[in-house]
Design a protein around this ligand. Structure first.
Ligand code: ADP
Ligand code: MG
Length: 664
């Protein structure tokens, strides 16, 4: 029959600099089921090293190890983890409980990795077994040393192990508490669990049935104690139980499935980790937060501008042609007005009669003016236009009326106010028929323009409209037009009308063939193309800003995750010791960094949305936060967490359990 544990010529050496330090020098031994073995020896003799090899936390440099008759030297890390989780329980000198985690959750931890059902109930049962049913929700720092070690005992039991390894389990305890732990171990041994305990104290070792003494990496004695003698002579209970469990023992190396419980524990652990370092977590989120907020706000403003410009273009009608003085510039809608190219009212009259394809037309001159009413005054834009403006721009007043051609002809001092100007000057008072001073000249208010809303950066209602002759001659003091809007009879007439006007203006400006136009004619399709090009450029710019800020944010998160992995090396070691495979550690830390960056992203979305709302409420900019933008920002911030968290998480998952447990 196979022994439970069989070692043949096990050695373990460490490389220190160039030297080889031999810690174990050929250990051979057998341990049967149901035994209670103490491994004794002076400090530094290799007891812990031996126990770690026995517990599959470490690998021998040479020699053979058979567990349950199967060679386990060739197992992968993850197979070792599975085997640990199903057959082995550990109790350490330093307790190694997860801080800020209740006794119950600490005990349930190994079951997460073994995928066992009814975790809570089982954890409760084993905590009762060690007499801690009234301390379920206490955290390690709220428990005495003895109680903490009893939690550790409960944790080692929770997966029904065949073997429990205890490394100096009473080393940090007062003698009365040590007694309690030893009694627990004895009881467990009676129930059939093999106990292998490392100690350097003879009176502790005396509780075992067999003592293996090692010195300098070699076994120097192996004998039964008085307890062991009695046991074997009576054919003890433990051995009988062991025989009964024998048939169940089998090395099952199938992987447990990732479970919802696992996910929940990871989330809880991520929240604990974030909560434990609130300031640090907040700071590391800042990069993502600011980046996402900026992107959301800029997208909202860009979208708002685009929407209102589109709306404005649509309200202009699709058969519209705009004429600007100055050569067409590569991008902007308006070319700069040059000396050589000026449009006058005479031009507009001439163009009006140029072609039957022209349905209507208005010239426009503009300038900033100060408008005063009573004690209030405001600076706004005055547009001098003709009555055609009202129909072509959908600007027929709801209150009052537009001016007439006759009023324009006689340069009458009448004005139609935009709603912003009305609000600024009149508040709730009725402005109709009131007299305002525009650049010190009295004007009569005859109407209020329908509200158009804000267009990106400017408020379209912050303007006044007056007859163009009045505006040019009485107020602005100019003879030149700012632009001309021409409405064509049908879409088909647009191109002929443009050609006609071009021919006319080139002739009128005496432009030789080799010279370019000194004016700029654009139809709506061109304006829309310009607009979408501008929008595209802006989106690219935004994308660039977003990418940079997310990278900066991601590096911040990666940095903090590396620190976190470093700080929690012991925790990682413990998780691996109780059976966590690489995948689980990787998932845990990925989840944590994703949570960090997603939280940053969500806060960033909220901040960005409030900035957008604030801008539209107080600065009058139109800003539209679209669901797509929010979704995009959310997805990106989560993605950044996963991407930049991967390296730290992988680093954590590759830590060897004992390096991690020994880490100070
Ligand atoms: P103990 O019997 O006190 O439990 P250990 O098994 O912990 O002793 O250690 C045995 C020897 O191995 C000690 O001299 C220790 O310094 C050495 N040792 C343990 N781990 C390492 C390591 N990772 N690298 C180098 N030397 C080590
Ligand atoms: Mg030791």
């Amino acid at each position: 029959m196979n022994s439970l544990i069989e070692l043949q010529g096990i050695t373990r050496s460490y490389r220190l600099g160039g030297d080889e330090l031999k810690v174990l020098k050929g250990i051979s031994l057998r341990i049967e089921e149901g035994e209670f073995v103490a491994i004794m020896g002076p400090s530094g003799s290799g007891k812990s090293t031996l126990m770690q090899i026995l517990g599959l936390l470490d690998r021998p440099t040479s020699g053979k190890y058979h567990l349950l008759g199967q060679d386990v030297s060739g197992l992968s890390d993850d197979q070792g983890a599975i085997l640990r989780s199903r057959t082995i329980g550990f109790i350490f000198q330093m307790f190694n409980l997860l801080a800020r985690t209740s006794a119950l959750d600490n005990v349930a931890l190994p079951m997460i990795y073994s995928g066992a059902p009814d975790r809570e109930q089982r954890a409760l049962d084993v905590l009762k077994q060690v007499g801690l049913e009234d301390r379920l929700h206490h955290r390690p720092n709220e428990l005495s040393g003895g109680q903490q070690q009893r939690v550790a005992v409960a944790r080692s039991l929770v997966n029904h192990p065949k073997i429990i390894f205890a490394d100096e389990p009473t080393g940090n305890l007062a003698s009365d508490q040590a007694e309690g732990i030893l009694n627990q171990l004895k009881l467990l041994n009676l129930s059939g669990i093999t106990i292998i305990m490392v100690t350097h104290e003879p009176d502790i070792a005396a509780h075992a049935k067999r003592i293996i003494r090692i010195k300098d990496g070699m076994i120097v004695a192996d004998e039964l104690t008085a307890l062991g003698d009695k046991d074997s002579s009576e054919g003890g209970v433990a051995v009988k139980t062991a025989v009964r469990t024998r048939s169940e023992l089998k090395l099952d190396l199938s992987h447990p499935h990732a479970s919802l419980a696992e996910f929940r524990e990871f989330s809880a652990s991520a929240l604990r980790a974030l909560g434990a370092n609130k300031g640090r977590s907040a700071l590391s989120m800042l990069g993502i937060l600011i980046g996402v907020a900026a992107v959301i706000a800029m997208l909202a403003i860009g979208k708002g501008a685009q929407k209102s410009i589109e709306g404005r273009l649509a309200s202009l009608g699709s058969n519209l042609v705009m004429l600007f003085p100055g050569a067409p510039s590569a991008r902007g809608v308006r070319g700069a007005a040059g000396d050589s190219s000026r449009l006058t009212l005479l031009d507009s009259k001439a163009i009006r009669g140029l072609s039957p394809g022209i349905k209507d037309l208005y010239p426009e001159a503009e300038g900033n003016v100060r408008v005063v009413f009573g004690a209030k005054n405001t600076v706004t834009e005055m547009q001098g236009v003709t009555p055609s403006y009202a129909s072509m721009r959908n600007a027929v007043p709801i209150y009052g009326r537009f001016f007439t051609a006759r009023e324009d002809l006689i340069k009458d001092r009448v004005v139609v106010l935009g709603t912003t100007v009305v609000r600024d000057l009149f508040g709730t008072e009725n402005p109709l028929d009131k007299t305002v001073k525009i650049n010190r000249i009295n004007f009569r208010v005859i109407g209020i323009l329908p509200s158009k809303g804000a267009s990106g950066f400017n408020d379209q209602d912050d303007m006044i409209v007056a007859p163009i002759n009045t505006a040019m001659k009485r107020v602005l003091g100019t003879q030149y037009l700012h632009e001309m809007a021409i409405e064509c009879a049908s879409p088909e007439t647009i191109q002929p009308v443009i050609a006609e006007i071009r021919r006319f203006l080139r002739h009128r400006h005496r432009l030789p063939d080799y010279k370019e136009d000194d004016f700029n004619l654009r139809d709506m399709t061109q304006m829309q193309a310009t607009l979408s090009e501008t929008t595209r450029t802006m989106s690219m710019l935004l994308g660039f800003v977003a990418a940079i800020s997310l990278i900066v944010g991601g590096v911040g998160i990666m940095n903090i995750m590396l620190v976190s992995v470093n700080e929690r090396t012991r925790e990682i070691g413990l998780r691996k010791a109780v059976g966590a495979p690489r995948r689980a550690i990787l998932a845990q830390f990925l989840l944590e960094s994703a949570a960090l960056s997603t939280l940053g992203g969500v806060l960033g979305i909220l901040l960005g949305a409030s900035i957008s709302l604030g801008l539209s409420a107080f600065a009058g900019w139109s800003a539209v936060v679209t669901p797509q933008a929010v979704l995009l920002a959310f997805a990106f911030s989560t993605g950044v967490g996963v991407l930049f968290g991967f390296w730290p998480a992988r680093k954590a998952s590759l830590l060897s359990p004992i390096e991690a447990l020994r880490y100070e």
